[in-house]
Write a protein that binds this ligand. Structure first.
Ligand code: 13P
Length: 251
């Protein structure tokens, strides 16, 4: 009932030429897929060029971050309207790399999320614990804090355009995937939190992606878990064959 969603987060990778080559390959491979939402998230510099190629395809465009103000003296930031202008339908907020390296708080994630929704973007909101938190038994507390803090003040209606991504930080770029059981345990917990914040129906409809060393050979077992509705893919999304295989593995 929940449509799978596979998103490639390219992070700070790919020049315009590299981005174009990758997307042309993905279009060839994924042309006939219509049962999975496919999203790519290039760096800001490649958005417009990628949009030229994806606008009439089944691949949707996402940015990796957005600022909450509409315009003005905010050097280095990009607004929702600018992202829409470049062709984006989605944006990622609250990625652990933003939280870790750029001191992003739940409050900032919440402001970005609200601005993006108000401007008509769909938003992938990332949550996840670091290794130390998992090892000290705090994973659930951290997830609760991220989910409640990031979604503060949102309505049930807003949630139609929100996708959550559980990305355990210890599994990102490490080759160390959470086991399907570990992923399911947290996804189920997140859905329970959504039920408490909103209601059962809303919680049942929201898609929760898993992210962290997703590869063609582990996507199937992850997707078999009841509350895993897709993947947010880093490294393996930079290659035509591996990202295509992940999308196909999610059907
Ligand atoms: P990897 O797939 O490279 O582990 O990255 C996951 C991620 O951070 C996606 O946003």
């Amino acid at each position: 009932m929940r449509r799978p969603i596979i998103a490639g987060n390219w992070k700070m990778n790919n020049t315009i030429n590299e981005a174009v080559e990758l997307v042309n390959g993905l279009k060839r491979e994924l042309d006939n897929i219509n049962s999975v939402d496919i999203v790519v998230s290039p760096p800001f510099t490649a958005l417009s060029d990628v949009n030229e190629l994806t606008m009439d395809s089944n691949i949707k465009l996402s940015a990796q971050n957005v600022y909450w103000e509409e315009k003005g003296a905010f050097t280095g930031e990009v607004s929702t309207a600018m992202l829409k202008d470049a062709g984006c339908a989605y944006v990622i907020v609250g990625h652990s790399e933003r939280r870790q390296y750029f001191n992003e708080t739940n409050e900032a994630v919440n402001k970005r999320l609200k601005a993006a929704l108000a401007g008509g973007l769909k938003v992938i909101v990332c949550v996840g614990e670091v290794l130390e938190e998992r090892e000290s038994g705090k994973a659930f507390d951290v997830i609760k804090d991220h989910v409640q803090g990031s979604l503060q003040g949102l309505s049930k209606l807003d949630m139609n355009n929100v996708i959550l991504a559980y990305e355990p930080v210890w599994a990102i770029g490490t080759g160390k995937t959470a086991s399907p059981e570990q992923a399911q345990e947290i996804h189920q917990y997140i859905r329970g939190l959504l039920k408490d914040i909103f209601d059962e129906e809303t919680a049942a409809e929201i898609r929760i992606q898993y992210g962290g060393s997703v590869k063609p050979d582990n996507i199937k077992e992850l997707m078999q878990k009841e509350d895993v509705d897709g993947a947010l893919v880093g490294g393996a999304s930079l290659n035509i064959d591996s990202f295509s295989a992940i999308v196909k593995g999610a059907i």
